[in-house]
Design a protein around this ligand. Structure first.
Ligand code: G4P
Length: 532
């Protein structure tokens, strides 16, 4: 029987974040290849594959050709057991994308070398910083024309507020891409492109002092060698040193340049990343910090997915194991439910395939059949003294619409459907202060969720709805500081609402209106996340 400590120590659980098209899917596929999971590489939902993807749970996925679900991929490499959490990277991503980051111990941020830090990267990055997890940067597509690497470093530091430490340094880009210089080994990894875009890589020994070694100049050219020497001097003199403590605290991001499509720089990245990133991290609970190596099993629910199997109308609760070992059929305490549950049919969810598993360890993600008892943020524990993990924040929705039912006779179903879907965390619902469900404002993180809502209400609750878009773009939770909210001085396009828990929020059409509200109302405190 595997030793629990050894098993946990080799776990590396991370998420890959990027703006759509930066190369997240391509990089994931290449990582799977190194793990020998070649057959699985095709099941990563790349855009081309997505067009043909047959979803087993929702027509809407087929119609739109995109994936609404996020899953986990597990594979072994170099003595590690790797769990890659797939965060849907499509423009229409949802709150699940954010929540998935709550289950990761580190994140890999993929940037397109010609674009740098893009909008969605910023949003995802913000969530990573909430948790202070290590963030590694892979600057992709060096085989295409790229921006100046120093500019890219500066942009990451300025826009994201994290320091950077390049682990390697690119030599040219696009047609002139010559390879990367590895700062630790002082070797150049030379990039060879041939006509049918099949690339090979070859290592040539070179040291900083001998960058003008004739072999190096022959391979990358005199001008590039000189340029590289200057860059390296600058980096060694002025750049941040690799401070592992700062990396682990999420304050310094090790940066790697490469090209996922041509498989250049991917394996060195994987090796270094695995060496630097951490095994499962301790988590905070109301009984103090929970050590992942503690023999007692504990986990929390970070995502609930409904109706994956049409025939059963089941829900799957995804749990992240935080400590100890899980065994099939074990009985654990569901803290929020206040009772014992038997974990009978645990599943690994590997892309679209599901597989029943017998055991899993801290760091792993498993899916549990949910007869409707779990909520996001719930804790499961095997210890004799139950405890609760800290809650998962509610993320600010960015799109809003007013929703009403077409047939007013179906009010009961409408309220039930809206409430249940909101409980799963797929949408957030708001209403005018002190009113019921007469007028419901729905907020979502990704616009696709509106379609999901309409589809599910029609198919599961037999309710047709009418949607009218609302112009709000920003939402803030109002911290209770004793202010009389009815007397707030606000721009005419700002709206005060309440969420299902009775908390007050303000909906704004622009950042300008947020500033107005803050400037004109002394004592008003607004928050971007609601921690519940
Ligand atoms: P995503 O998951 O982050 O959305 O990105 P994905 O991997 O799907 O990559 C987006 C496009 O960029 C793909 O082109 C992919 O082949 C390309 N790409 C990824 N990495 C590299 C790289 O290192 N170099 C180059 N030159 N291209 C790269 P595609 O499938 O043709 O999609 P599209 O261009 O039709 O959207």
């Amino acid at each position: 029987m595997a030793d629990t400590r050894t098993e946990i120590e080799k776990r590396r659980t991370f998420a890959i974040i990027s703006h759509p098209d930066a190369g997240k899917t391509t990089l994931t596929e290449k990582l799977l290849l190194y793990g020998g999971a070649i057959a699985l590489a095709g099941s990563v939902k790349g855009k081309k594959a997505q067009r043909h993807a047959v979803s087993d749970w929702m027509e809407i996925e087929k119609q739109r050709g995109i994936s609404v679900t996020s899953s986990v991929m597990q594979f072994n490499y170099d003595g590690y057991c790797i769990n890659i959490l797939d965060t849907p990277g499509h423009e229409d991503f949802s709150e699940d994308t954010y929540r998935t980051l709550m289950a990761a111990d580190s994140a890999v941020m993929v940037l397109d070398a010609s674009k740098g830090v893009e909008r969605q990267t910023r949003k995802l990055f913000k969530v990573c910083t909430l948790r202070h997890i290590p963030i590694f940067t892979f600057i992709n597509k060096m085989d295409r024309d790229a921006r100046d690497p120093f500019d890219l470093m500066e942009e990451i530091e300025n826009l994201l507020g994290i320091r950077t430490c390049p682990m390697n340094w690119p030599i040219g880009s696009g047609k002139e891409f010559k390879g990367v210089y590895d700062r630790a080994s002082k070797k150049i990894l030379v990039f060879h492109a041939n006509s049918d875009t099949v690339f090979e890589q070859k290592e040539v020994k070179a040291t900083v002092v001998s960058l003008d070694d004739p072999a190096t100049e022959e391979l990358i050219g005199k001008d590039f060698a000189e340029h590289l020497r200057d860059d390296v001097e600058l980096l060694d003199g002025a750049g941040d040193a690799l401070d592992m403590e700062a990396v682990r605290a999420g304050k310094l991001s090790p940066v790697f340049f490469g090209s996922a499509l041509t498989n250049f720089g991917v394996e060195p990245f994987l090796k270094e990343f695995l060496r630097m990133t951490t095994p499962p991290l301790p988590r905070e609970s109301d009984a103090g910090i929970i050590d992942p190596f503690s023999p007692d099993f504990s986990a929390f629910v970070f995502k609930i997915q409904a109706n994956m199997n049409k025939a059963h109308r089941d829900r799957i609760a995804f749990i992240r194991i935080c400590s100890g070992k899980f065994e099939k059929g074990m009985e654990v305490y569901h803290v929020q439910g206040g009772r014992k549950v038997k974990l009978a049919q645990p599943q690994h969810l590997m892309a679209q395939d599901r597989e029943i598993i017998d055991e899993a360890y801290a760091g792993d993600i498993i899916g549990l059949f949910d007869p409707g008892i779990y909520s996001i943020g719930d804790t499961l524990c095997g210890a004799s003294k139950p405890f609760k993990f800290g809650g998962i924040p509610t993320f600010a929705p960015e799109h809003f619409c007013r929703v009403e039912q077409v047939d007013t006779m179906k009010r009961k179903q409408f309220v039930k459907g809206m409430t249940q879907i909101a409980q799963e965390g797929a949408i957030q619902i708001f209403h005018e202060p002190d009113s019921g469900m007469e007028e419901v404002i729905v907020g979502v993180v990704g616009v696709l969720q509106f379609d999901v809502l309409e589809y599910r209400l029609r198919n599961e609750y037999n309710v047709e709805i009418r949607r009218s878009p609302l112009p709000f773009e920003e939402i803030r939770w109002v911290k209770d500081t004793g202010l009389d909210l009815k007397k707030l001085d606000l721009t005419s396009d700002t709206k005060l609402v309440q969420d299902v828990r009775g908390h007050y929020l303000l909906l704004f059409c622009s950042n300008w209106s947020i500033n107005w509200a803050l400037e004109h109302n002394e004592g008003l405190v607004l928050e971007e996340f609601s921690q519940e």
